[in-house]
Design a protein around this ligand. Structure first.
Ligand SMILES: NC(=O)c1ccc[n+]([C@@H]2O[C@H](COP(=O)([O-])OP(=O)(O)OC[C@H]3O[C@@H](n4cnc5c(N)ncnc54)[C@H](OP(=O)(O)O)[C@@H]3O)[C@@H](O)[C@H]2O)c1
Length: 267
């Protein structure tokens, strides 16, 4: 099915032959994200914060969520400008009521959502499955897998042709690491959800990107492996940079999987 939401022409290719060339229906890459409304879950630190900063630099309006309002409000104040609106809201992605309330706020204040970044996530201490407490299993699955489903389901009615959903998974969505059974299971499950969603949304013209970073230097390692060699890891800004390039592709093209790994290899 041919999509009907291709960017309208603002950019004509130079005519080298002298013949009349039709206007290319494209916007310049650097203008594609300007004015878009983006929701980032887990925007208080780490990869979510870096993505929020990069989207602000591209001219997006932002809704920043997490469980710690103080940090989110501080970030929202920093990123707001005359042209950019940044709203901070508490939302625990495990709680369907909180997610519903967030959907209502976005509907009321922005009327639509163009970019959804499902980023909120947690890890658990390195433990074999035989020793993993049930409450740790539950909170990792509830946050990384069920949270991604809940937020996506709530935001979909606000999204239109040309919108993009990014699920921040991990290389743990396709590889496994001993001692990380709940984390691996949550990310493998979230990849299954992401791939299904992409097929369901093709006809609507909504792009779905599986973001699969390798080791990135953030606080999540304090839980997973506190003594992990941070200097070998990528920065959150690197992940954000790569994602912006994927988001700026023409709307009829999707970077379906975006895997980024440290050049020096695994830890
Ligand atoms: N760092 C890596 O090496 C790496 C690699 C691949 C993928 N990832 C993925 O990247 C994502 C971000 O992780 P990060 O490395 O940036 O870790 P981080 O620095 O610990 O950030 C996690 C973010 O998620 C939020 N969060 C956690 N539980 C939440 C909940 N129930 N509801 C709402 N927000 C919640 C946190 O804010 P609050 O605590 O304030 O709620 C925080 O903003 C995760 O999905 C992670 O699996 C990380």
């Amino acid at each position: 099915m041919l999509l009907s939401c291709v960017d309208v022409g603002t950019y004509a290719a130079p005519d080298v032959t002298g013949s009349r060339v039709p206007k290319i229906a494209m916007k310049l890459p650097q203008q594609r994200l300007k004015g878009r409304v983006a929701l980032i879950t887990g925007a208080s630190r780490g990869i979510g914060l870096a993505i929020a900063q990069s989207l602000a630099a591209e001219g997006c309006h932002l809704i920043l969520t997490g469980r710690t309002i103080g940090t989110l409000e501080k970030t929202a104040r920093k990123l707001s400008s005359g042209k950019i609106r940044a709203l901070a809201k508490i939302c625990d992605v495990r709680d369907p009521h909180a997610v519903r309330a967030l959907g209502h706020i976005i509907q009321k204040q922005f009327r639509r959502l163009d970019i959804l970044i499902n980023n909120a996530g947690i890890a658990h201490p390195n433990l074999p499955a035989a020793k993993l407490p049930y409450h740790m299993w539950r909170s990792v699955i509830d946050t990384n897998l069920t949270g991604t489903f809940l937020v996506t389901r709530e935001m979909l009615p606000l999204m239109r042709c040309g919108g993009t959903i990014v699920n921040n998974l991990s290389i743990a969505a396709t590889q496994v690491f001993a001692g990380s059974s709940a984390y691996n299971a949550s990310k493998h499950g979230a990849l299954g959800f992401t791939d299904t969603l992409r097929e369901e949304l093709r006809e609507k013209g909504i792009r779905v990107i599986a973001l699969m970073p390798g080791a990135t230097d953030t606080d999540i390692w304090d839980t997973l492996w506190p003594k992990a060699p941070r200097r070998k890891m990528m920065s959150s800004e690197t992940i954000a940079h790569a994602l912006i390039a994927a988001l700026a592709l023409p709307e009829n093209s999707t970077m379906e999987q975006l895997t980024i790994a440290p050049t020096g290899g695994a830890l």
